[in-house]
Design a protein around this ligand. Structure first.
Ligand SMILES: [Zn+2]
Length: 169
């Protein structure tokens, strides 16, 4: 729980505004090449009840460091969702928007970003000749590409019955 817990029974009919900044990493993505949260996340949301639903409107912004899909560098990416809209089912009296906000922000991140596509500091992508020899990024991709067809061949060979093809019936 990172965003303030919202007590729904206390909400006035016109709704209530919640705004602030979050610095702890509520994204917590573990991988070496995963997006890395660069604090803060800023939120400015109005929450109101509408029959059995809870309407959340406002804006969100957060910054990430992303792994370039073409070179070993990372690039900065600014997320700004304005207007933000979410409709939540009213289940309990308290509503925690953290999981929904986290997911909605992650869904906006580009899947295969490139250095020159950064919306903060576009940089020319490093060329292939500039790869450090000890870089794990590219050799891994090359090995995977070269080994998979070979592995398939061995797998196919393993499946042949001893003595060749099965006798025709
Ligand atoms: Zn790049």
């Amino acid at each position: 729980m990172m965003l303030p817990l919202i007590s729904l029974s206390d909400l006035p009919p016109e709704g209530r505004q919640f705004s602030g900044e979050i610095r702890p990493d509520l994204f917590g993505l573990p991988g070496l090449y995963d997006p890395l949260f660069v604090p803060p996340l800023k939120y400015d949301l109005t929450v109101r009840r509408d029959d059995g639903d809870v309407i959340v409107e406002g804006s969100l912004s957060a910054r990430f460091s992303l792994q370039c899909s073409h070179c070993p560098a990372r690039l900065l990416w600014q997320v700004r969702i304005d207007p933000y809209f979410s409709c939540e089912e009213q289940e309990d009296d308290t509503l925690d928007l953290t999981a929904q906000v986290r997911e909605d922000i992650l869904l906006t991140l580009p899947g295969y970003p490139r250095c020159e596509e950064s919306n903060v500091e576009p940089q020319p992508c490093q060329t292939e000749g500039a790869f450090a020899p000890e870089s794990e990024f590219v050799p891994l991709a090359d090995e995977a590409a070269m080994e998979s067809p070979r592995a398939d061949i061995w797998k196919a060979l393993d499946q042949l019955p001893p003595g060749g093809a099965p006798p025709a019936s």
